[in-house]
Design a protein around this ligand. Sequence first.
Ligand code: VAH
Length: 318
Amino acid sequence: MKKILVTGSLGQIGSELVTHMRKIYGDSNVIATDIKVPENNEVVNGGPFEALDVLDANKMAEVAKKHNVDTIIHLAALLSAVAEAKPVLAWQINMGGLFNALEVARELNCKFFTPSSIGAFGCDTPKDNTPQDTIQRPGTMYGVTKVSGELLCDYYFKKFGVDTRGVRFPGLISYVAPPGGGTTDYAVDIYYKALQEGKYTSFIGEGTYMDMMYMPDALNAIVTLLEADPSKLKHRNAFNITAMSFEPSQIAEEIKKHIPEFKMSYDVDPIRQAIADSWPNSIDCTAAREEWGFNAKYDLPSMSKDMLDKLKIKLQIK
Ligand code: VAH
């Protein structure tokens, strides 16, 4: 990988992945793109940046050719809760953007990464230790676009030889980008509110287990998969990966170890609870470990300590 184009660079993953990859491959070799062009932003100012609406196929091809990219990391998409509120727009952006990105990758013979999600599973999927290869009939528009995306990426690999690779991300937790319309974002918001208010009201109910991962492990997973020996990959789109599975009261207990007075309460959002209930409690990531050496470093205690330490600095709280 020498010249990497990233779409959705100002989103939850992109805003950290661009900086992470620029440190590895060089600032000038990671071209960040997003539909927004904010002032004074590290991603915009730290290297090449192009305004790009992923629904503009011609512009995407023009940017990719201008920078002579050999790798496309396509992140632009609507997340689960927003997608359920705007299903038509979600299909248009998630599938229209993906199709355009795959076509550019095909035309320019680029390596290609796009994330799927545990949202690609549904109520009929085995809930515990969900297998790599299993039934995928999600009941959400987000999940429909994720399964469709997995199938489309596998098609481009088999039909056109495009080197597509993907992972099914669990909920991602980070202190850089604020929560962005996901069902798992309670697990991001709770750390902010614990420091700012000493309390949090969860929109996901007690006892609702979901797979989660700290962002540093997610960034490492993307680079490790993209650098993996293709001859070792039996799967392509997309690998189950996870670091931990927990439910809201467990993250609250971990926070209380650092903020003893922290108070947790619940006001369940039926829409996001229904989405969460349709997802696995835990997934099996043996295939990722065996085929490309996936390995997560953070667990709930180490993630919680790092999140609170970094947010104290970000929020300027003693
Ligand atoms: C969401 N954070 O909640 C995303 C992710 C597994 C969850 O896909 O929509």
